[in-house]
Design a binder for this molecule. Sequence first.
Ligand SMILES: [Zn+2]
Length: 409
Amino acid sequence: MRHLLSPLAVLIALAGSVGAQAPELSALARLEADRSFVAQPSASKTEITLGLSQPVPFRAFLLDDPPRLVVDFREVDFAEAKPEDYERRGLLGDIRWGRFRAGWSRFVAELNGPVKLVSAEERTGTESGSLPELHIVLERTTATEFEARQGAAQSALWDLPQPAPTGALLTRQDGTRPLRVMLDPGHGGIDPGAEVEGYSEAVLVLTFARMLKEAMTRAGMEVAMTRKEDIFVPLEERITAAHAFGADLMISLHADALAEGEAMGATLYLFDEAASDEAARKLAERHDRSDLLAGVDLEGHDDAVAGVLMDLARLETQPRVVRLGQVLSGAIKGAGLRMHRHPVQGADFAVLRSPDIPSALVELGFMSSEVDRARLHDPEWRAEMAAALVAGVQRWAEADAAEARLLRQ
Ligand SMILES: [Zn+2]
């Protein structure tokens, strides 16, 4: 699978756009009609230029029956332009565009014969100033070659189960509406998680999640849960549910057991792709093994383009995640609750991989520790921990909203 755009180029473009001209990073990119056109340099070649108001992650590919060019974008507002102005030119037939699924848009051009996707790139610094444009070159080819190349790439972002329509656009929270939190009690059903002295982690974290949900709801947040009972939910579905809910934040809850050592206290895990030390790797394996048990296919979800798209969204999200770790650990310690000696750690757990929803995994304590186990079973301790998490999330949301408003100015 080859890269359709250079990750570095687009990362630079996106980073550069945060500067003096400060476009609305969290607002929708617009398709600008006066910078968008279809050109035909020769009878067998067609060039499509789409002027955008800000850089967006995208991918382009070809489909057959009928032959089509498909371009998927991070949500783009097409309202300014009309498909009629671009269709039936050169190799293009009818064109449609619009929202594809929550947070994503799709452009589809029918093709009047087999073509080859020569290139698809997002360019900046062209004649139209520093605004980006998507440049796609198509060339007539043979039916055989077309057949060999067409087909959508498999990717974690695109081939997830269709989320339920959310109605509202996924916009970054700015304090003008209630914060939406997805609580994700770990494990469940055929996967009990850690089991010590007849207690299962799955049941314990569900009990805690219900309590935390109540506390958050009382604090004015909108809260949903990836599971409300003792059932198995694949990890990808948990992330999909958070997207479908339009979550501003996802918090996974665990209380694992360690075979060795005397670990105790609460620990926060934040996304870190590079977290590769033995302990982190083992933990990731333990967290993610449930899907393997349930026979969910984890292969084929990491294509290069999806990686690029995730990197782009991650660029905006990761600083928010880092702040989440700081504020939550501050709130837990501030409430006098015991944390692990490494209170905030990086990990590459599946549930932390939402590129656009700040996510944290809270190990409430270790079921392997007698002291922690007593705490986890103590309703008073649970209430204190829930209150600390609510306070931390509130503090984070305020700072995060202030930053969102600043970016928008
Ligand atoms: Zn766990």
